[in-house]
Design a binder for this molecule. Structure first.
Ligand code: ATP
Ligand code: MG
Length: 274
């Protein structure tokens, strides 16, 4: 299975100032493609922390590592320096990155803008890296291949991160994943406590080891417990994924009813990426 990780950089994520919606968004996006984020690491804006976490992630040899945050011009933006330090290379001025930055300003009517140290700073990339166009903000994204791992370093601002991810990272990730289909059904189960549902889930998982069957308790109203049940199956073709998903959902529904509960089925299967 293709391993994809995220390294989120930023003190604001650790002090409760900002929720890591970037991890949430990338995770959901990858799940639609039939994959997922296998691990998310969050570190402070600190060179030692960034380089150590980066090295740690590379040791696990993920196919993709998505780094988010800390690409801007301010002193606390030190992600690329941390990555360079982690792999023992220098930061070098990228002419291609400078060009993207100048293009960004010209497109906004600021032709021939002065190349201040702050603007040059965001064009300093780890040796061997390539810049990625940022249609939303100034700092280019960065792509870097390190052995088995493709690293995408993206700005923290969610709109910029999403734009570069969709345009640059996702097509490459899709190619590596190949065509996968995901069937996903969200069921609502009422009147059965989670402790009674647990053995039913275990039974189905034994029968369908590749499936994802997860209960999310939603509390109880007037003494009747309510649980959301996710059933997801990933497969190489639409029919087999849908068939297995349906089998699980039907078996779950039957067993819940035998326990005296009620099932309300939700979404229908869809193709990965739709
Ligand atoms: P820029 O080049 O625009 O400065 P940057 O890469 O330097 O981008 P940061 O300085 O790390 O990004 O963060 C910019 C803003 O994006 C922060 O104010 C923060 O609120 C938001 N942000 C950063 N990381 C995340 C994240 N993981 N999830 C959601 N929001 C984030
Ligand atoms: Mg910044």
């Amino acid at each position: 299975m293709t391993r994809i990780e995220m390294l989120a950089v930023g003190k604001e994520l650790l002090i409760g100032r900002t929720l890591n919606t970037n991890a949430n968004w990338v995770g959901a996006r990858l799940a639609k493609l039939g994959s997922m984020l296998k691990e998310v690491t969050t570190v402070d804006d600190d060179l030692g922390e960034i380089s150590a976490a980066f090295k740690g992630a590379l040791e696990r040899s993920p196919e993709f590592l998505v780094v988010v945050g800390g690409l801007g011009p301010t002193p606390d933006d030190m992600t690329l320096k941390g990555l360079a330090q982690g792999i023992g290379v220098r930061l070098v001025l990228s002419e291609a990155a400078l060009e993207l930055i100048l293009e960004h300003y010209s497109a906004r009517g600021m032709e021939g803008v002065e190349l201040t140290p702050a603007r040059r700073k965001i064009a300093m990339l780890p040796a061997g890296a390539e810049p990625l166009p940022n249609d939303v903000g100034t700092a280019p994204g960065v792509r870097l291949v390190l052995g088995p791992t493709v690293v995408y370093s993206l700005p923290g601002v969610p709109a910029e991160m999403r734009s570069i991810f969709t345009k640059s990272a996702e097509p490459e990730i899709r190619r590596v994943l190949g065509k996968l289909y995901r069937s996903y059904e969200k069921m609502k189960v009422e009147g059965v406590p989670e402790s009674s549902l647990a053995p039913v889930i275990s039974e189905e998982l034994k029968r369908h080891p590749g499936a994802y069957i997860k209960s999310h308790p939603r509390g109880a109203r007037e003494g009747v417990s309510s649980i959301e049940l996710d059933v997801a199956v990933v497969g190489p073709d639409r029919e087999s994924a849908a068939r297995e998903g349906d089998q699980i959902a039907e078996a779950m529904a039957r067993k819940v009813e035998n326990l005296g509960g009620v099932v309300k089925s939700g979404r229908r299967p869809h193709q990965a990426g739709e």
